[in-house]
Design a protein around this ligand. Sequence first.
Ligand code: ADP
Ligand code: ASP
Ligand code: MG
Length: 407
Amino acid sequence: MSLLVQKYGGTSVGSIERIKQVAAKCAAAKRAGHDLVVVVSAMSGETNRLLALAHEISEVPDDREKDVLLASGEQVSVALLTLALKEAGQRARSFLGHQVRIATDNAYGKARILSIDSTKILLALKAGEVVVIAGFQGVDEDDNITTLGRGGSDTSAVALAAFLNAQACEIYTDVEGVYTTDPGICPDARKLARISYDEMIELASTGAKVLEIRSVEFAKKFSVPVHVRSTFAEVEGTWLVNEEESMSDVLVSGVACDRNEAKITLLRVPDRPGLAAQVFGPIADAHIVVDMIIQNASEDGTTDLTFTVPKADHKKALAIVERTARAVNAKGVKIDTDMAKISAVGVGMRTHAGVAAKMFEVLAREGINIEMISTSEIKISVVIEAKYTELAVRVLHEAFIGKQGTV
Ligand code: ADP
Ligand code: ASP
Ligand code: MG
């Protein structure tokens, strides 16, 4: 019998009515002959609500306790969906991360899945039950509850599909698939029938939150067929596939934006060997991921060092950097949380020149100043003032992808 993993996001389980609809969809897939493992997120808004509660108590909440708190959102939705399945006459059983044993490392708030024990899942499936598993959470080797980072239920689902060797992983969400840009921002965005794993990794890492980046990395590594599709419309969505030759004909296949980064500048630090290691070592030790880094040309033996970190980590990062600034005798530290990163992604960039130049030109025409630039083989990202986000996305989409044609 074929095994399917389905994942339903927050909006898809955002009310009791919607949970009942999801239960009906799951029961139909089961009747169609599939063994079914269903991963669910917390009801929409719940993770943010819990996070806000923690912040009412402390400015930088303890990492371990924050994970205990946030994981409770998914506990509610697995129970409600399982109840709805049973009510619809379908045998079902819920599991939390630690009950299955989704083993992770101990990096609270951004834990990585190390292994998944399939024993209980396979027993339940054999008994004819739909297995409903809490997304976003796991357990470390000392039995502490961990969470995987925002959007982490995608990763739970793809990892389960990989470990269980599922036929496919269906990601059900509130849009019909992966689009050329966020359809919520740009009305001209078009749904892609297929996207390569590599392009999706770049889009996810640059802010297209339709899939969490680690879920795509997992999918690529284990060749999991992933189908992103709508919970609310019975239509084909977008398949993640290995790169196909025709894909490199398209210069830019997607435009993404990210308002979740903060920019930190260390002013006038001594320009000497070992300085960067001294600055970034403690940040890495605190499991904070640094994205872009710029070091300006050196004048009088000192230089400015600018970099970006996730907004969620900016207070922690700032405290660390202020300590380093004192130790290395820097002039000071500046922080800016009002910025956005806009990226153009496409495998066609490997073989075509001129994308960066065109991007700069289009932004210049709108009077948008570029503060930072970074590139990879198939991506160009710029940092701009946050107030220009929507405008930049629309003009870049218009310039590179346009309104017409198929993708
Ligand atoms: P879920 O709660 O189902 O996990 P998310 O809110 O995490 O859903 O992700 C879906 C949202 O991602 C969409 O509503 C859309 O606004 C946003 N999004 C951003 N970029 C894209 C893109 N390129 N294609 C589709 N959706 C995108
Ligand atoms: N509930 C978590 C979040 O809001 C995980 C997820 O939805 O994937 O980030
Ligand atoms: Mg999501």
